[in-house]
Design a protein around this ligand. Structure first.
Ligand code: AMP
Length: 416
């Protein structure tokens, strides 16, 4: 496997899969350029070493060519951040000429890959009444044209860099299939390297004790990660709305709190498994309950298994946070995924903020702290703690799947 640090880019054309799936407002202005900024070191490395760049990405979930999802909206921001003029290929399948004439130090951005169904390999435009046979046929046809799609993209360059961790869990044309055209010239970019290294630090030989803090609304979306982490962690703190499914499963009274009634058995099994594996499980002892799901609701503190009718648990109460604090401050490795309260409402963001503060303090003391998953990343960023923890994973779904122990197609394609 090649490394971006030692590869000789001089005079080479590098096709780089980045994750420039940034949010745009109604005027097509970028509202958060984190993902573009994250990829700049990789792009600069190629240019500084005398190579040229062909950048490819997806944006949104278009079902075909859609003005709203054109990557032309982000050209000027890439130019600003990279300090280089960016050429644009308005059709990613017709960029042969531009790629051919690209000189060292030059940059070509391909239009949104997902304007072609071949990128994801999912047939489009099938009628709802399509039979299984028709679906199968459409899929087989697309698979054929996908081969041409991948081959074309690969033909533009001498080497391939995957720096799109956010899509590494998808076996798409540009994230996995293309790699086989570069058996000796494929590598991870710095974003990918950083993410893999950070998550591996938790998964393989972590400094102990290891604590996972898992929050969020639903047990169902976190079962995979919770179960896999039982093999790794010493302590698991479960917070947020998920707690009430556990409390209900234990026979508690949870009022109007969010609960997945179809997951009670799962919650029971998770608790049993924790015991089997010797993992200490911490739920919330006390919560801040509200008389409606609103920021200005009336509140009271109550045990999480004895919430009055008409009230619902919204955040972790101080007594709970104190118990958790002891566990957190005694840990050497901490993984945090999911807010421990309805942090979108300032009055119920206290618990999540306190966790962020604890992690910042632990990090200062040399503890390895990894924060990941959409909402916890939003929370630490919003609260100003993003640079006070060891690593913030922007991977979302990819990070969760990696933590679940799945080998991600985008990683496998580079490694094999
Ligand atoms: P997830 O995407 O599963 O990590 O869930 C994140 C969401 O969980 C956020 O929108 C939070 O507002 C929500 N959440 C956290 N705690 C609670 C709670 N006690 N009741 C309802 N929703 C919650």
């Amino acid at each position: 496997m090649q490394s971006i640090d030692t590869y000789k880019f001089k005079g080479k054309k590098a096709i780089v899969r980045v994750d420039f799936n940034v949010p745009l407002n109604d005027k097509f202005e970028i509202t958060d350029d984190t993902r573009i900024r994250a990829a700049i070191p990789t792009l600069k490395k190629v240019l500084d070493e005398g190579g040229s760049l062909i950048i490819m990405s997806h944006l949104g979930r278009p079902k075909g060519v859609t003005e709203k999802y054109s990557l032309k909206h982000i050209i000027s921001r890439i130019e600003e951040l990279l300090g280089v003029k960016v050429k644009f290929a308005p059709d990613c399948m017709k960029a042969g000429q531009e790629a051919e004439t690209l000189k060292p130090g030059e940059v070509l951005l391909l239009e949104n890959l997902r304007f072609y169904a071949e990128e994801e390999g999912k047939p489009r435009g099938l009628s709802e009444t399509a039979t299984d046979e028709e679906k199968k046929e459409a899929k087989a046809k697309l698979k054929e044209s996908q081969k041409e799609f991948v081959k074309k993209l690969a033909s533009y360059a001498d080497c391939y860099i995957n720096d799109a961790f956010g899509t590494a869990h998808r076996a798409h044309a540009s994230t996995a299939l293309i790699a086989k055209y570069f058996p000796n010239d494929k590598m991870f970019g710095y974003v990918m390297e950083g993410e893999i290294k950070a998550i591996d630090k938790v998964l393989h030989n972590p400094a102990r004790p290891v604590t996972a803090i898992i929050g969020g609304a639903k047990v169902s979306s976190k079962i995979g990660i919770i179960e896999h982490l039982f093999d790794i962690v010493d302590n698991m703190i479960i917070g947020g709305g998920m707690v009430f499914t556990f409390e209900k499963a234990l026979g508690g009274k949870i009022g109007n709190s969010i609960c997945e009634s179809d997951q009670l058995e799962t919650a029971r099994k998770i608790m049993e498994k924790a015991k089997e594996k010797g993992v200490r499980l911490y739920l919330s002892d006390e919560v801040i309950a509200a008389d409606s799901f609103a920021d200005d609701a009336h509140t009271q503190i109550c045990p999480s298994n004895n919430i009055p009718d008409g009230w619902e648990g919204m955040d972790a109460a101080p007594a709970t946070l104190q118990t958790w604090e002891k566990v957190i401050m005694d840990s050497k490795t901490i993984l945090w995924n999911g807010p421990v309260g309805v942090f979108e409402f300032p009055n119920f963001a206290g618990g999540t903020k306190k966790i962020a503060e604890m992690l910042a303090l632990a990090t200062e003391k040399g503890v390895f702290t990894l924060v990941g998953g959409g909402d916890s990343v939003a929370a630490v960023t919003q609260m100003g703690f993003a640079d006070k923890v060891s690593y913030v994973s922007t991977g979302g779904g990819a990070m969760l799947e990696y933590l679940e122990g799945t080998e991600l197609p985008g990683i496998k394609a580079i490694k094999e």
